[in-house]
Design a protein around this ligand. Structure first.
Ligand SMILES: [Zn+2]
Length: 275
């Protein structure tokens, strides 16, 4: 019985013996310890993963122990088995040991048909923590590039759909509502009205300080709002209907990017009634 068990280890298989009652004993025994009856002679492959049912931590391994670093002796019930096998479990930290934990065998490189062909069992990997940093550059594409060229000159470029009679900003080549072609750009003023806003309490590299306000601003003559920062006003004074104007960085610092607009600042005009 045990000879078959060990020779199967050479092929990195773990087998148990089926009892007359249908239970699977691992490691295999010649007699069912529950009934004293001989087992059936049928071998059943189990595992290789299993579940720890009980364990004891070994702080200082001794000569002859399977590992030279702290580990646990554990009872491991391999998948498909009805009894548990004693073997070493080596987690990263003793706190990782618990009954019910899932473990997988770590096989030695050259199995020889010995129980030490399984070097030890290791906890199942259910999570990998990995730091990822990704830098990328957005390629603006046709219509958005036209808009950014306007931004570089200090102008908001939108476009008007003839069929819907709506002005969209940023400029786009097709109408999002009817799909019609928007043939040409239209310069919009850099003034507008706050339609809705949010006070942000988490720092953002684009904002001068915390709290800062981001808002949807309906540029004059546009039909959809765009998002931007609000500045030069305490956050608690920002309100819907407030009139604002873009604050541009000096011409010498301008690039084809939204960084050209520092933020929108109040103009001091009376608030607008939003419909
Ligand atoms: Zn349209």
């Amino acid at each position: 019985m045990i000879g078959r068990f060990l020779s199967e280890l050479r092929g990195r298989r773990i087998v148990g013996a089926r009892t007359a009652e249908g239970r699977v004993l691992v490691p295999p025994l010649e007699y069912d310890p529950a009934t004293g009856e001989p087992v059936t002679g049928e071998y059943v492959e189990v595992g290789p993963a299993g579940t720890v049912t009980a364990w004891a931590w070994v702080h200082e391994p001794l000569d002859g122990h399977p590992l030279d670093r702290p580990f646990a002796w554990a009872l491991i019930k391999l998948d498909g088995a009805d009894t548990a096998l004693v073997h070493a479990v080596c987690p990263e930290h003793p706190k990782a040991m618990e009954a019910g934990m899932r473990v997988w065998p770590i096989w030695r490189d050259q199995p020889t048909g010995h129980i030490t062909d399984i070097s030890y069992f290791a906890p199942e990997v259910t999570k990998i923590v990995s730091n990822v940093r990704s830098e990328y550059r957005l390629q603006a594409g046709g219509a958005l590039r036209v808009f950014f060229e306007g931004i570089q000159r200090g102008v908001f470029l939108g476009g008007r759909c003839d069929q819907c009679d709506k002005v969209y900003v940023p400029y786009r080549a097709a109408c999002p509502e009817c799909g019609g072609v928007i043939p040409e750009t239209r310069e919009l003023p850099d003034t507008g009205t706050i339609t809705t806003f949010a006070i942000n309490n988490l720092p953002d590299p684009r904002a001068p300080q915390v709290p800062f306000v981001s808002a949807y601003i309906l540029l004059d003559h546009a039909d959809i709002p765009m998002i931007a920062l609000i500045g030069d006003v305490p956050a608690h004074e920002v309100r819907q209907g407030m009139r604002v104007k873009a604050v541009w960085v000096p011409e010498s610092e301008r690039t084809a990017s939204m960084a050209n607009i520092r933020w929108f600042a109040p103009t001091g005009e009376p608030d607008v009634e939003l419909s």
